[in-house]
Unconditional design. Structure first.
Lengths: 127, 127
DNA sequence: TAAGTGTATTAAGTGATTTAATACAATTAT
DNA sequence: ATAATTGTATTAAATCACTTAATACACTTA
């Protein structure tokens, strides 16, 4: 479910946080479903349980999880989290547009590229 | 000319690399102009000369600088570097468009946002 | 000749990350 | 009840990248 990249300079716990964020926001992990236990995921990834614990604490702090002692960690999906991510993406788009403009990418080219990416995305799910 | 952010989690040498990359690509530092000496910049930023040396080595490896022993480091501006950056920006735009789409941002909204960012950028330089 | 340049080396310090070994409380399964 | 599994907390050590420090050497310029 999760694969760690040891060439990545980012810490392991941060990689884990990111992966689960995406899985939760995309709905791959359903709301209120149980997360892998700290120990089992540690075994699966061949890393220390403390590192998993740290990742889970972060996720809980951010509102992606809730914990029941003795039972486990559970997905705390909230539509507001998706909105937050959405806003982050739009903010990134603003910044990127600025940069593109500074480096000589015309609005027309940027728009065309955007449309192409969207078209490619829609192609993906034609099953 | 350069300001370090000690709250930033990224290493100092990396921050320095990024700042000079931008200054060079934007033409603030002219081609073949002399870079601050390793020692003088170290004093100016109150950090160790070795850290500056590391940043400069990176910049040289990437083709932003060239070195003349005993004389100094000089800006090696090459239009191809700007093209490389341009391609990186477009690649980022592709990825971001994909993500935006996955998170329910319509193509219309993304396009509109892009246009607004461009318009804002053009406002900036009305002097 | 002296001062300023880049470069190289060796050593030490620093701090975040990760591992390790336990222990304890709560819940679930047997 | 008892054992197993869960999250959580603590303390200690190991590891690693980053940074500093102190020199030294070769080359260029004033």
């Amino acid at each position: 479910m999760i694969i760690l990249d040891y060439r990545d300079t980012r810490p392991l716990y941060e990689q884990i946080v990111d992966k689960f964020q995406t899985l939760i926001l995309k709905g791959v992990l359903e709301p209120n479903s149980r997360m892998p236990s700290v120990r089992s995921l540690a075994v699966e990834l061949s890393i220390n349980p403390n590192t998993i614990q740290r990742a889970y604490s972060e996720l809980e702090r951010m509102g992606f999880l809730y914990t029941v002692k003795g039972r486990g960690n559970f997905v705390a999906y909230d539509e507001s989290l998706r909105k937050v991510r959405r806003e982050e993406i739009l903010a990134k788009l603003d910044a990127l547009a600025q940069e593109a403009r500074e480096f000589g990418v015309s609005r027309e080219e940027a728009t065309q590229r955007l449309a192409a990416a969207y078209a490619a995305g829609e192609e993906e799910r034609h099953d």
